[in-house]
Ligand binder design. Sequence first.
Ligand SMILES: [Zn+2]
Length: 79
Amino acid sequence: MIIYYSREEKSKTMECRFHPGREARYRCTKMEYYYCQECLDDCRACTDPCVYCKSRPACVIWELCGKEAKKRCQEEKRG
Ligand SMILES: [Zn+2]
């Protein structure tokens, strides 16, 4: 018997957390959430911008949205 290992399974398209049916291009390593380009443009892609995250040094989302996310976080704290 020959077993074929499917590559399809792993390269399967992921859906955006906020936009079902849309292809996600970014992943939150901490929460295992997926986000599309639009979510990143809006900086909705960081799950907990106010909370420490050890994945940040390697996080694409944070690299592109870190500043915006921090700003939002401070605005929330001010109320
Ligand atoms: Zn999205």
